[in-house]
Design a protein around this ligand. Structure first.
Ligand code: PLP
Length: 242
């Protein structure tokens, strides 16, 4: 534990350098890429250390686990991102706790979140639609075919603001193989952007994890979600499969 706390700052710097180098290589402005440090399974000391080291965006995949962490650390320095599947019965707590939700994947969930925002007096909740582009049984996320109807439903939700798309491609040892999924997400984003689905926003692309974020940045990622690269290997099995 001691070593890991000591290492976080240096690991974070290395990751940031890789993001900058990769962005420059493909002619992108590194400033348009948000680094989300994925702190799931790690204890609060680790998150505090990350915040001390300059992390301003933290990602958690379970509402229950995130609750204590968010109450402890608060929202002053950190934006909290829900990146895991959201069950209907956790929706209210998610609305109370998180700044952004990356895992909106159905019309029902959109309607529920909208209703809860009204009930809780939350004026605005930024959301990303999660797509399961490979149609994997084990993963949550909407299919491409469902996307237009979800976007249409969101346009009728006054409190929810669609800010972008998120995906979690199949795991490949060779990161290059994830490229077609990242590229597809960008194409879908570009189409929605042209249709005005993101209002004045640029249409965020939440894609890329520790082993494939450089490929994702090459394909246009604006939010990369990195756990292992910053915090080291997770002890428990809390993998992105839902
Ligand atoms: C765990 C998780 C990540 C981070 O994974 P690493 O490989 O540790 O970087 C990113 N996105 C989601 C949705 C996750 O659940």
């Amino acid at each position: 534990m001691e070593t890991r706390l000591d290492e976080i700052g240096a690991r974070l710097e290395r990751v940031k350098e890789r993001i900058v180098a990769c962005a420059k290589r493909v002619g992108r402005d590194p400033a348009e890429i948000t680094l989300i440090a994925v702190s799931k399974t790690f204890p609060i000391e680790v998150l505090r250390q990350a915040v001390r080291a300059g992390v301003r965006d933290l990602g958690e995949n379970r509402v229950q686990e995130a609750e204590a962490k968010i109450r402890e650390i608060g929202h002053g320095d950190v934006r909290w991102h829900l990146i895991g599947h959201l069950q209907a019965n956790k929706a209210r707590r998610a609305v109370r706790l998180f700044d952004l939700i990356h895992s909106l994947d159905s019309i029902e969930l959109a309607k529920r979140l909208e209703r809860i925002c009204v009930e809780e007096g939350r004026a605005e909740l930024p959301v990303l639609v999660q797509l399961n582009l490979a149609g994997e049984e084990t993963k949550s996320g909407a299919s491409e075919a469902e996307l237009p109807a979800i976007v249409q439903a969101l346009s009728r939700c006054e409190r929810l603001r669609l800010i972008g798309l998120m995906t979690l491609p199949p795991f490949f040892a060779a990161a290059e193989r994830a490229r077609p999924y990242f590229r597809r997400l960008r194409e879908l984003r570009d189409r929605l952007l042209a249709e005005g689905a993101f209002g004045h926003g640029r249409g965020e692309l939440s894609m890329g994890m520790s082993h494939d974020f450089e490929v994702a940045i090459e394909e246009g990622a604006t939010m990369v979600r990195l756990g292992t690269a910053i915090f080291g290997a997770r002890q428990t099995s809390n993998e992105p499969v839902e």
